[in-house]
Design a protein around this ligand. Structure first.
Ligand code: ATP
Ligand code: MG
Length: 138
């Protein structure tokens, strides 16, 4: 069972002042924050992070959006973290997200969808290490 996942509170949620409310939902769902920082991604870094989507038609839009303002990056710990966190955030498109999920509550569209959640244990490790040195992971 995986213990850790990685998340970002995206620029749309930061701009709307939803960071605190989203962190509260994350804690209330039983996740422990074991690393956290606020930063503004360059377009280059945003493109590197989402490199797997480089050939997709929405890649340019995604990079522009993710570098438009500050994000909060965090590593979260809980049993079954990756799968449980994907359930908490809801579907990529908020129109399809279940009631009570973070995206249902705070996302405006499939592009501006408030939060990121790792999709596998392997990617959770890669993504956490992208933002945090070992000294910053508790
Ligand atoms: P994330 O990786 O951010 O947690 P996800 O795993 O639910 O999201 P992905 O398929 O990995 O969805 O897409 C990454 C991000 O790219 C989405 O969260 C969204 O911001 C953007 N995106 C995905 N599909 C589209 C689309 N059709 N149009 C615009 N943006 C999109
Ligand atoms: Mg994804």
């Amino acid at each position: 069972m995986s213990k850790r996942t990685f998340t970002m509170i995206k620029p749309d949620a930061t701009a709307k002042g939803n960071t605190g409310a989203i962190l509260s939902m994350i804690n209330a769902a039983g996740f422990r924050i074991v690393a956290m920082k606020m930063l503004h991604l360059s377009a280059e870094k945003a493109g590197e992070f989402y490199g797997v989507h480089r050939e997709r038609p929405f890649f340019g839009e995604l990079v522009e959006f993710m570098s438009q303002g500050p994000i909060t990056a965090a590593i979260l710990e809980k049993d079954n973290a990756v799968e449980d966190f994907r359930k908490l955030i809801g579907a990529t498109n908020p129109a399809q997200a279940a009631e009570g999920t973070i995206r249902k509550l705070y996302a405006a569209s499939i592009g501006e969808n408030a939060v990121h959640g790792s999709d596998s244990n392997e990617n959770a490790l890669i993504e956490g290490d992208f933002f945090f040195s070992k000294l910053e992971q508790f």
